[in-house]
Design a protein around this ligand. Structure first.
Ligand code: PMP
Length: 406
């Protein structure tokens, strides 16, 4: 049963806020969100009571650690509505998950086979595919509309019969725009291509349903959804994962090994060579359990109201240029912008002095920044625990920054 969500209370679940002597307006949640108390507690308890390696030992600690690790897989499966826990591969993060798919699938593709990405991708969902060009794989790039949204109408012509996979972001880390996944999946299915979604940004905003999305692979990171860093998830349809060769090789992912050859354990273990991020998996599961108790309609209403305040406040500032859609396109509660000729890094520094944390730079999305004709921008990204005082502090900080820097 849901316990409801009270935006005023939620900060109590995040030790970060009670550990500050001065109020600090943390608006860099798209880079890393603060960690939920459930993750702190679960990881502390696990390392105190059950710390051991997994899958390898017969003593009671090893058994408990293995159970905790495999239970974490089940929690993740529930959070994203995967058909089975065996479809969950623990990785080091979104980047590691996408590299895994690119290296594994790419090794099976032939020269002339194609992969489609968009110009809005984070470098983590671009460079792993770029690397395949050395093997003759053709990279096709979906163009963008003026506002940075994917030009989904161009998909039909861009996705040809040799297309093996379409890899796009579920939501942009620069504009917050949410991708029309149905359009992407429909176009890919026309030629039997698979679809990978980069869910790094979307996962912070509530449980997912990968089956309803209709994609084949989904990647996300723990640190973006109030969990620990050093862990991420690759979800893949079981039938596909079992056909894919491993990416990393080493302990724990084999069937039988002889001096000159080996065969592989079934997925997901085949993709988890070496000691996996055990404690982090336990922490991630604890926070996802907590998130599944929240009333997400209430969270979304809170985030939408804050987002409106943010966008309206920013647009009222003379000389401010907002990047991304403003026409009602579904978007996450974040905003990237430039202010007159002021350099984003200078703005971030002045804002930090005002107790406001935002990100300035190219956000690891240089092709998207080039589309907007800028090198860098400031990004303010809101999470469920932010409130009006955070938005007000940002807006006041920007007015102050302009006075200081002009
Ligand atoms: N994709 C997107 C859209 C992101 O925002 C990020 C993180 N900035 C990543 C991928 C990479 O995530 P990680 O650094 O956790 O691997």
């Amino acid at each position: 049963m849901k316990t409801g969500f009270d935006p005023r209370m939620v900060r109590q679940d995040f030790p970060f806020f009670s550990s500050r002597e001065q109020p600090y307006h943390y608006l860099d949640n798209a880079a890393t969100a603060q960690m939920h108390a459930a993750a702190f507690e679960a990881m502390h308890r696990h390392d105190l009571e059950n710390r051991a390696n997994v899958m390898r030992g017969n003593h009671r600690l090893a058994e408990r650690a293995t159970t905790a690790y495999e239970s974490a897989r089940q929690v993740v499966a529930r959070f994203i509505n995967a058909a089975h826990a065996s479809e969950i591969v623990f990785t080091g993060g979104t980047t590691a998950a996408i590299n895994l798919v690119a290296a594994s699938l790419g090794s099976q593709w032939k020269p002339g086979d194609e992969v489609v990405v968009s110009q809005a991708e984070h470098h983590s969902n671009l460079l792993p595919w770029q690397a395949l060009q050395a093997r003759g794989i053709v990279l096709r790039v979906l163009p963008l509309q003026v506002d940075g949204c994917l030009e989904t109408e161009a998909l039909a012509t861009l996705i040809g019969p040799r297309c093996k996979l379409v890899a796009v972001t579920h939501a942009s880390n620069v504009t917050g725009a949410v991708t029309d996944v149905a359009a992407v999946v429909a176009a890919a299915r026309q030629v039997g291509a698979w679809v990978l979604l980069d869910g790094a940004q979307r996962v912070q905003h509530g449980p997912l349903d990968v089956q309803a999305l209709g994609c084949d692979f989904y990647a996300f990171s723990g640190h973006k959804c109030f969990g620990p860093s050093g862990i991420g998830v690759l979800w893949g349809q079981a039938a596909w994962l079992d056909r894919m060769p491993p990416f990393l090789r080493g302990g724990g992912m084999v069937g039988r090994v002889e001096p000159d050859q080996a065969d592989w354990a079934p997925a997901p273990r085949r993709f988890e060579a070496g000691t996996p991020p055990i404690t982090q998996a336990v922490g991630l599961a604890a926070v996802l359990e907590a998130l599944m108790q929240w009333d997400w309609d209430a969270v979304h209403a809170h985030e939408a109201a804050l987002q409106q305040l943010l966008l309206q406040g920013l647009q009222a500032l003379p000389g401010l240029r907002l990047l991304g859609p403003v026409d009602g396109t579904a978007r996450l509660p974040l905003a990237s912008f430039s202010l007159a000729e002021l350099h984003p890094h200078d703005l971030c520094q002045v804002l930090d002095g005002q107790g406001v944390a935002v990100r300035g730079g190219h956000h690891c999305a240089q092709p998207l920044m080039a589309h907007f004709g800028v090198e860098a921008s400031v990004r303010a990204s809101l999470a469920c625990y932010n409130d009006r005082s955070d938005v007000d502090a940002l807006l006041a900080g920007l007015v102050h920054a302009r006075e200081v820097l002009a």
